[in-house]
Design a protein around this ligand. Sequence first.
Ligand code: HEC
Ligand code: HEC
Length: 268
Amino acid sequence: MRKYLLEMTISFALGLFWVVAGISVNQITLAQTVNPYESNPGAIRAGGVLFRARCATCHGADARGIEAPDLTLLWASNVSNDELVFQTIRDGIPGSIMPSAGAPDNEIWTIVAYLKSISTVAVAENSSGDSLLGQQLFESNCISCHRVNGVGGSLGPDLSRIGAIRDRGMLTNSVRSPSVAMAARYRPVSLVDNSGQRITGLKKSEDAFSIQLMDSGQRLRAYLKEDLQQFTEESVSLMPEWGSEKISDRELDDLLRYLGTLRGANSN
Ligand code: HEC
Ligand code: HEC
């Protein structure tokens, strides 16, 4: 009976998520190497429910490990990545008690999104630089696009927990060469509307007939697909590159120190 109730809770949580996210299950391709649910609050909640039901007996309710490894450190090493974590969960670890999940890929991706959302890196990594100076740099250069603890723009991802989920190397790359590894759900697109105007922005949602995007001026716009003359996925991030002529290595140290302090409870 208890097990039955648990399964009901799980299917309810997932069902709700698929509906809210407007994602039909067969839209998700099998050999996906990019997590379609990265940073998606509904998916993270659904993944958390699955995790507590299926993994917590061995890995602990907080994923910090009882009889099995601490899973909050998976992304800390730079050795692991979304795809490897996905494969480990899907296939299990032969020769150990770590079972294969035997779950559909989309459920596994929600678990990956959940684990990533709670993952941490060592604080000591970001120990040089002056975080106050870094905060000033952030407020003059970055806050127009990034929210921290409820304040800031929304073209780029919320950075309230960025210090807990990305290490120094990843943060450096994000600032120096943002187009190399763009955050999921923040890949740019451009379109030409029926009046011939070209607009660049981020795709926020899409259905069979229409497409919604946030343009680079952070206005939400909706288009009917039949009105579009052109639609292109772009490969250059909407985040500008900050080379050392714009932010020196010394200033970058300050900035990274500040970003490292953002491990907050206020984000989703
Ligand atoms: C029966 C106990 C058990 C259950 C249930 C279990 N695991 Fe594990 N898991 C382990 C053990 C033990 C290891 C370490 C195996 C080894 O390396 O020899 C492990 C390893 C892992 C790893 C690799 C860790 C690393 O450091 O590379 C991941 C990821 C993982 N488990 C995720 C999950 C997820 C997600 C679930 C639920 C869907 C789950 N596990 C369910 C016991 C379990
Ligand atoms: C014009 C808007 C804009 C400005 C200004 C901007 N960013 Fe971004 N940022 C983005 C967008 C869009 C993304 C997502 C795409 C990507 O990863 O390149 C992003 C991604 C990031 C990421 C990666 C987040 C993740 O989840 O890995 C970090 C870190 C970041 N920005 C930090 C900064 C810092 C620090 C500054 C100031 C020096 C800054 N950004 C300025 C738009 C901006």
